[in-house]
Write a protein that binds this ligand. Structure first.
Ligand code: NAP
Length: 348
């Protein structure tokens, strides 16, 4: 019976503010690569794992998100942390999966994942596209951007779209979908380098560095003299307040995330409710999982855009299990450009 060492990332205790390296530990255990009993239905060698801001809300002692959906359930200190990713099957008790096959699904921040019965795991056909694309643009970030933009924002050609955290995983895809759809798109991001990338590589009509703006309300007035029709919100806080103040009548706000509020250090959004009422603004929160019904259309459209070069998939890759805590912490200080991924192992 072959045995291997499995290193994995765990939190030492609940994380209630901004995460730091000392909140994490790298644990190690010996696991068998043979399936014994009926609890485990496959063992996967992890290749690429996703690093996402929502995991911080799972690490808190308490968060309203934890009871909403299985994906967001509380992380137990000391335990392996599940995360979307791509890997290779090393042992399978499932009739539809064979050793050596490439899979995508809910893996973990570690070398191996023991797949319990019912856990999300599907065969992956990379369709000739690089594996990181299947974690980002063709993974949950992509589905979030697609469902949020087409289904929640209900865009019309020619409308003005504002995207925050626009050089991030979801934001960079939303901006590109919106441009390809025929909207005017402006994004904000936290460095000049990111702003240049939005304009020069991703085709945004304009972009600005929100950290250099003293007054977000007047910044948005300057960039949207005719008002905002759609705001795709990744950050919440003061930017959400300013966007609502600049929305046009019957504008739509897709509330995807509120990263500025996750660490507890930022301002919580306090909206001008009279703007919401008198401008008849729709503000809708949503989860990517709500749009699994669009999955086939999303994959068809996005693979076509990626193959024809109409859309770019930005992937920001670190290497090794040990790099996961640093990669995760960096999301909250804007270290990443595009989808943050950790390559756990080479795909052999
Ligand atoms: N609803 C859903 O189903 C769903 C699914 C996926 C993601 N989300 C949410 O969508 C948002 C984006 O997620 P992502 O995976 O694409 O992450 P991401 O944008 O790739 O990474 C996070 C980015 O947020 C920005 N940021 C960090 N702290 C900030 C702050 N205090 N104020 C403003 N910006 C800040 C940083 O960029 P800058 O340099 O620009 O500051 C950072 O690079 C998150 O809020 C996430 O929770 C929701």
């Amino acid at each position: 019976m072959e045995e291997v060492r499995n290193k994995y990332v765990a939190i030492k205790s609940h994380v209630n503010g901004a995460p730091t390296e000392s909140d994490f530990e790298i644990k190690s255990e010996t696991i068998s690569l043979t399936i014994i009993g009926s609890e485990i239905e496959a063992i996967v060698k992890n290749v690429l794992v996703s690093v996402d801001p929502y995991q911080l809300n799972r690490m808190k002692k308490q968060s309203s998100s934890q009871a909403a959906i299985n994906f967001a359930s509380a992380i137990i200190p000391g335990h392996a942390i599940d995360s979307y990713g791509v890997g290779r099957v090393v042992a399978s008790g499932r009739a539809d999966l064979e050793k050596g096959e490439l899979v995508v699904g809910l893996l973990s921040w570690g070398d191996y994942t023991l797949i319990q019965k019912g856990r999300l795991l599907n065969k992956l056909d990379p369709m000739g596209l690089p594996l990181p694309h299947h974690v980002g643009a063709l993974g949950f970030s992509g589905l979030t951007a697609y469902g949020g933009f087409y289904e929640v924002c209900k865009p019309k050609k020619g409308e003005s779209v504002f995207v925050s955290a626009a050089s991030g995983s979801v934001g960079s895809l939303v901006g590109q979908y919106a441009k390809l759809f025929g909207c005017r798109v402006i994004g904000c991001a936290g460095t000049q380098n990111k702003v240049d990338l939005l304009k020069e590589k991703l085709g945004f009509d304009d972009a600005f560095n929100y950290k250099e703006e003293m007054d977000l309300n007047s910044a948005l007035k300057r960039y949207f003299p005719e008002g905002i029709d759609i705001y795709f919100d990744n950050v919440g806080g003061a930017m959400l307040e300013a966007a609502v103040a600049n929305m046009n009548q019957f504008g739509r706000v897709a509330v995807c995330g509120a990263i500025s509020e996750y660490t507890g250090n930022g301002k919580r959004a306090a909206l001008q409710m009279l703007d919401v009422i008198y401008k008849r603004i729709t503000i809708q929160g949503f989860l990517a999982a709500d749009y699994l019904k669009c999955y086939a259309d999303f994959i068809e459209m996005t693979t076509k855009f990626l193959r024809t070069g109409k859309m770019q998939s930005l992937n920001d890759i670190s290497c090794g299990v040990e790099s996961v805590p640093r990669a995760f912490i960096g999301l909250f200080s804007g270290d990443n450009i595009g989808k943050k991924i950790v390559q756990i192992a080479d795909d052999e």
